[in-house]
Design a protein around this ligand. Structure first.
Ligand code: MCA
Ligand code: AMP
Length: 514
């Protein structure tokens, strides 16, 4: 029985004509459904030939390519656990993830093989392969020796399919364990709720190491047997130019902001498009309205997390199965998806009345199994009756629309990437001349929100803001680097001595306004 393996469900949705194009790259390369089937079979056979223990992690830090997509599918197919890593992560970050996850296989780009393999072998990984974005690397060379026929390995709905690291408010990142059942249930729900239909074509312009690009976008297209136009990097001009060949687009708000800055975005450019979906960060009402005016399309905003995949969505169209769910409302994230139970609770644990603000808690087949090797942390994040505490703060109106008004977790979402101030502060505080620091998020016209570091020097020491940023840059992924740094004499504190980040946010709020 293979039907609980997510890959088996995706494979079953391939169109009858396997010679049709499944993925077309922006450079004009075409991959048929048969190519996807055969290449994933060869990679899955290679993984099986390695004779890894069940549930082995396959950690992957490679540039976006169709072969990287195939590696993801092959890992599922072979019954192993996929662990995607942001290409911006540097050695200290990778060392932590590999040390924590103990992958049996690591795949990296050829250019990084030296330092990545050193970290991996030190952590006990047996196999390190390379995969480049030009269809070269030892992974493909080795896979080429294996059969292009493969029987998908049986998996149960509760078996792990992927681990996604998400940063913690304190300390290090946690690996969210997602099962085949989590992802398949979410993919099936979204296929129906977003009205995927025959002939849909998705423009895929997101990175493939997070939930949005890897799961929502890829599963959405594959489970509908839909072609993807595959872009290695987001380029607003290219996306707009390809809309005439596509029907669905998914992006974080920054992508919409950047496309709105292009004169080529108009009603004619989007004539063929059916649906624009946004998520991962709050979509400003200005962006929502401007998009409507320029294109005649209403962006559908939805909300999710690494731990839960998609939770809520604005409606695709009026549907008699879902009373009230008629229009897409800007500033809201819509309704809990079918099968998702969502409630808003106050600090005292009581349900909040309609329209009142509280912590968002969720339950459903999409909610993850827990954090990798962190049972205490997992227990802390769930209520006694099994709801996951999202850390997002919001409200539900009388019609059932959910609005997110803030976060109880100290988190900055910058261009759709999560940045945890505690992690950055930890690095700054280790610097020789620094006594203390606070990192806060402020509004930014392009990234939505960016980090600003506020630093106090040790008595007698001098701290240069540019040195702080340069030192951080040498150690951390580039999107985590605060965009500005200020050295001050003291940080505002409350009577308990806690830094009042709200006052810092207020003080620096206009730093990047146009
Ligand atoms: C790049 N830079 C950034 C960001 N991206 N700074 C802050 N925030 C960012 N997101 C900086 C780099 O450090 C660099 O600075 C400079 O911008 C140019 O870098 P480059 O890589 O060329 O940037 P880009 O190609 O223009 O990338 C911007 C981007 C990218 C396309 C918006 O960040 C992106 O693809 N974001 C999408 C993230 C995403 O997929 N999130 C989904 C997570 P310097 O030159 O100084 O080094 S999944 C999720 O959140 C949940 C589950 C959900 O609901 O979906
Ligand atoms: P991550 O788990 O790292 O991918 O980030 C998940 C977080 O992104 C959520 O907890 C929210 O805070 C945020 N998020 C995702 N979608 C939206 C949205 N549409 N509006 C506001 N915040 C969002």
């Amino acid at each position: 029985m293979t039907h609980n393996n997510l890959f088996a469900a995706l494979r079953a949705a391939f169109p009858a004509d396997l010679t049709a194009t499944a993925v077309e790259t922006d450079e004009g390369l075409r991959y048929s459904w048969q190519d996807l089937d055969r290449a994933t079979a060869m990679m899955a056979n290679l993984l099986q030939w390695l004779d890894l223990p069940q549930g082995s992690r396959v950690a992957v830090q490679v540039e976006k390519s169709v072969e990287a997509l195939m590696l993801y599918l092959a890992t599922l197919r072979a019954g192993h656990v996929f662990l995607p890593l942001n290409t911006a992560y540097q050695s200290a970050e990778i060392e932590y993830f590999i040390g924590n996850a103990e992958p049996a296989v690591v795949v990296c780009s050829g250019a990084h093989f030296g330092w990545v393999s050193k970290i991996a072998f030190k952590a006990g990984t047996q196999h390190v392969f390379t995969l480049n974005d030009d269809r070269t690397g030892s992974l493909l060379e080795r896979a080429a020796h294996h059969s292009d026929q493969h029987q998908t390995v049986a998996r149960q709905a509760d078996d792990l399919a992927a681990i996604l690291y998400t940063s913690g408010t304190t300390g290090r990142s946690k690996g969210a364990m997602l099962t085949h059942g989590n992802m398949l249930s979410n993919a099936i729900t979204l296929k129906d709720y977003w009205g995927w239909k025959k002939g849909d074509v998705l423009i895929h312009a997101l990175p493939i190491f997070h939930v949005h690009g890897l799961f929502v976008a890829i599963h959405g297209a594959l489970i509908n047997g839909s072609k993807m136009i595959w872009m290695a990097k987001f380029d607003p001009k290219r996306v707009i130019a390809r809309m005439k060949d596509a029907t669905v687009f998914m992006g974080v708000p920054t992508l919409y902001v950047r496309m709105l800055a292009e004169p080529s975005l108009d009603k004619a450019a989007v004539k063929n498009m059916r649906l624009f979906i946004a998520g991962s960060a709050p979509l400003l009402i200005e962006t929502f309205t401007e998009w409507q005016e320029r294109t005649g399309h209403t962006i559908l905003e939805r909300y999710g997390m690494s731990e839960t995949a998609m939770l809520t969505s604005n409606p695709y169209a009026a549907d008699k199965r879902y009373a009230n769910q008629t229009e897409r409302r800007g500033g809201t994230v819509g309704f809990p998806l079918p099968g998702v139970r969502l409630r808003v609770r106050g600090d005292d644990g009581q349900d909040m009345p309609v329209g009142e603000i509280g912590g968002i808690q969720v339950q459903g087949p999409n909610v993850f199994k827990g954090y990798w090797r962190m049972p205490e942390k997992t227990a802390e994040e769930f209520t006694a009756d099994g709801y996951f505490k999202t850390g997002d703060v919001g409200k539900v109106d009388e019609r059932g629309y959910v609005t997110i008004v803030g976060r109880s977790k100290d988190l900055i979402i910058s261009g759709g990437y999560n940045v945890y101030p505690a992690e950055i502060e930890g690095y700054i505080n280790e610097m020789k001349a620094v006594a203390e620091s606070a990192v806060v998020g402020v509004t930014h016209p392009d990234f939505g929100e960016v980090g600003v570091a506020v630093v106090i020097a040790k008595p007698g020491a001098v701290v240069q803001p540019e040195n702080v940023l340069a030192e951080l840059k040498a150690k951390l992924a580039n999107f985590k680097i605060p965009k500005r740094c200020f050295v001050v004499a003291e940080l505002p504190r409350n009577t308990m001595g806690k830094v009042q980040k709200n006052l810092l946010r207020e003080h620096y709020k206009a730093l990047f306004s146009a």
